[in-house]
Write a protein that binds this ligand. Structure first.
Ligand SMILES: [Zn+2]
Ligand SMILES: [Zn+2]
Length: 323
């Protein structure tokens, strides 16, 4: 199989983004203005404001170094298994990112919710399709926190992405990192991207080890810090997810996958099947690059790296049929 040369991720030119954030508009502790100044101080350029059931476009926060994405988070709870939402009830949480807040404003302002029929996956897929039609990119959030398993997420369709890491859920003790769910969704026939997010509510102050800001982010290779440009990069999958480590260039050249990273202990290439390419640093040292010849039988592959603090980062899945 001949693979065309392709730059999957550039060496540099990224905008750091938190795509899951709660403010005083719903159940977060900080105002949108406070979020902006705290995230800017930590080197972020983009925040998607995903308050619960409250679509908002905080255009007033935009400046030449900061972009607010219009968004909201919605839910669909299982009222059959538990009468109350907390703590035993299964639920779907979805983030909806607006691709163009100048369009369909009246409809979006209603923050449309899915029908409350948990378990009716076709109805939920219909909602995802309708919201995509309205102009949203739909992301499936924190499966483990939601007490969900393969049966709940395998047959979702039309998603833009799922959360591979949710920092708030990690603090909740509910395994914020769930790469298995991402792989399972793709092996079940979905094709979607992976996000790492904060899902911050900031109920404890910055600096406290249990503060839920600044732990999960994406680096977006947009041409410009402008709404349309950032959305175009998101749609094209020109971004990577991270808890800390950096990817500093990923390309296929002459049939060889070439990866450059910040110093890490391991570089893995996970695939559709159970083969996995890997390069590990000798104990006590780190590596910053790896090269793997591709056979053409990988189906899809994604890179996952881990640094000496145990923090992960990785790419979206790339499909060989696209080369
Ligand atoms: Zn949620
Ligand atoms: Zn949330």
């Amino acid at each position: 199989m001949k693979l065309d040369d392709k730059i999957l991720l550039p060496d540099s030119g990224y905008f750091k983004a938190n795509l899951h954030c709660h403010t005083t508009i719903s159940d977060g502790e900080l105002t949108p203005e406070e979020i902006k100044s705290a995230y800017k101080a930590q080197g972020y350029s983009i925040v998607a404001f995903t308050d619960h059931e409250r679509y908002r476009w905080h255009k007033e926060l935009d400046d030449e170094n900061f972009l607010a994405l219009a968004a909201f988070e919605t839910e669909c709870c299982d009222f059959n298994t538990a009468p109350n939402c907390w703590p035993d009830q299964k639920t779907y949480h979805l983030n909806l990112f607006d691709t163009d807040p100048t369009q369909n404003q009246a409809e979006k302002a209603k923050s449309p919710r899915p029908l409350r029929r948990y378990g009716d996956v076709p109805a939920l897929n219909e909602y995802i399709a309708e919201m995509s039609q309205l102009g949203f990119l739909v992301c499936y959030n924190h499966p483990y926190w939601s007490l969900q398993d393969y049966n709940d997420y395998a047959h979702l369709r039309g998603l833009f992405a799922m959360e591979i890491y949710n920092h708030g859920c990690e603090h909740d003790g509910l395994y914020g990192f769930h790469p298995q769910a991402y792989d399972e969704m793709m092996r079940a026939g979905q094709r979607l991207f992976a996000l790492s997010t904060d899902d911050n509510h900031d109920r404890v102050p910055f600096g406290d080890p249990l503060n839920d800001s600044f732990g999960g982010f994406v680096q977006i290779a947009a041409e410009k810090l402008e709404y349309a440009s950032v959305i175009e990069a998101l749609r094209a999958g020109r971004f990577y997810w991270s808890m800390g480590p950096q990817l500093q260039g990923v390309r296929v050249e002459g049939g060889v996958l070439k990866v450059k990273t910040s110093p890490v202990e391991k570089i893995f290439v996970i695939q559709r099947g159970r083969d996995c390419y890997k390069k590990l640093a000798p104990a006590g040292s780190t590596i910053t690059e790896a090269q793997f010849p591709l056979t053409g039988k990988e189906g899809w592959f994604r890179i996952e790296i881990r640094d000496s603090r145990g923090l992960y980062a990785g790419t979206n899945a790339y499909y060989l049929e696209d080369f």
